[in-house]
Design a protein. Structure first.
Length: 378
């Protein structure tokens, strides 16, 4: 493997890959808000000192963005304290322009210059505040490896989402924020579940504290379960939820990065987080927990299971007392890149008991990048 480590940043979307949706995508009312129109937002200055206004990238297809897919990051700005956009020069806005056609999102490599930060001097709990420069950053909260599970820092994992069944009044699965409108989760968490009975919660930490002002609740705008998901074998156990409105990005809600294609992450340290059971058959945790787990190669992993381990699976764990467990399904398996950004390399799928000598099975995210990019659309 090359020493250059990359990731995919989903703040901006160039278009629909393939132009089609799965047949089992469930739509609620679509509310694109101000991004549907060519609206000009707050004034800004481009890197070339040209006067402009913040706009959605799709509404500002500068030629340099087409020739250099990293260039747009220098124009980073926050639209209306909610959306991510670019500083579009006024003289270009006056010209005729159209959105990008279908294509893949840019890949940002280790060492590439990140976008400038959002506006400063704001309340960290308000939308658009903070010192982050891109996906997968958490305001410098340092992660320290632990020998067992422990409560997470409340600001450590701003991309963590909880899937709540309204009828049960409980978090039943995890998910991870990948854009301001989309979370990634496991298909089995929502298979044959009425979307009206589901809330997606960002900013949650302690389930006992219902007064937490940082929490954001969302309905399901669209549910996309992978069309080849097998509920018996958990093959293709992945789903995307489009929120019914954009998330307000802040200290407690921020998108994670997606991994580069091709990297198997064998032997790396990863982190799994969730509100699942503390031990097999035991009580669930009220606070968000984290635990460090090693990633296995699939051949060694297969030796511990009767069930087939597929190339679309990732194995991690296998150390006594360090594992994902019941209730963690759908949550992210995270890895810290050398450039201090977190990527979600897996989605908690299945396992046999938990916290024993066998690893848990995750959906391998970078096997589904084309599918994700084709459905995580604005």
């Amino acid at each position: 493997m090359s020493s250059v480590v990359g990731f995919v940043c989903l703040f901006f979307v160039f278009g629909v890959v393939g132009g089609q949706r799965d047949n089992n995508a469930i739509d609620n009312k679509d509310e694109l808000g101000p991004l549907r129109a060519k609206t000009q937002f707050q004034r800004c200055i481009t890197p070339e000192n040209r006067l402009g206004h913040c706009m959605h990238l799709l509404r500002c297809p500068l030629p340099e963005f087409k020739t250099d897919k990293l260039r747009f990051m220098d124009y980073f700005c926050i639209i209306d304290r909610i959306y991510v956009g670019v500083c579009c020069p006024d003289d270009f806005i006056a010209q005729t322009g159209g959105p990008f056609g279908p294509g893949s999102l840019p890949t940002l490599e280790d060492g590439a210059r990140p976008p400038p930060p959002p506006p400063q001097n704001q309340d960290p709990n308000k939308p658009g505040s903070g010192e982050r420069k891109g996906c997968g950053e958490n305001l410098g909260v340092e992660f320290k490896r632990v020998t067992g599970g422990r409560p997470a820092d409340p600001k450590q994992w701003p991309w963590m989402a909880g899937i709540i069944r309204v009828s049960l009044r409980d978090v039943v699965c995890g998910a991870v924020l990948i854009t301001d409108r989309h979370v990634l989760t496991a298909a089995h968490c929502l298979y044959r579940v009425p979307v009206q009975d589901v809330l997606i919660r960002l900013g949650e930490y302690d389930l006992r504290r219902i007064e937490e002002t940082r929490v954001q609740n969302f309905g399901i705008g669209q549910l996309i379960i992978h069309k080849d998901f097998n509920p018996n074998t958990y093959e293709n156990d992945i789903a995307i939820i489009k929120l019914n409105r954009p998330a307000s990005l802040n200290t407690y809600a921020w998108p994670v990065c997606l991994p580069e294609p091709g990297n198997e992450f064998i032997g790396v340290d990863a982190v799994v987080i969730g509100w699942g059971n503390i031990q097999y058959g035991g009580p669930s945790s009220d606070v968000l927990m984290e635990v460090s787990v090693p990633v296995w190669n699939n051949t060694s992993c297969q030796d511990t299971f009767i069930q087939p381990v597929l190339d679309t699976n990732l194995c991690a764990g296998g150390i006594y007392g360090k594992d994902s467990c019941q209730g963690d399904s759908g949550g992210p398996l995270l890895h810290l890149l050398p450039n201090d950004r977190w990527v979600t390399i897996g989605v908690v799928s299945w396992g046999v008991k938990c916290g024993e000598s066998r690893p848990a099975i995750y959906t391998r995210v970078n096997k589904y990048l084309d599918w994700i990019l084709g459905h995580a659309i604005f």
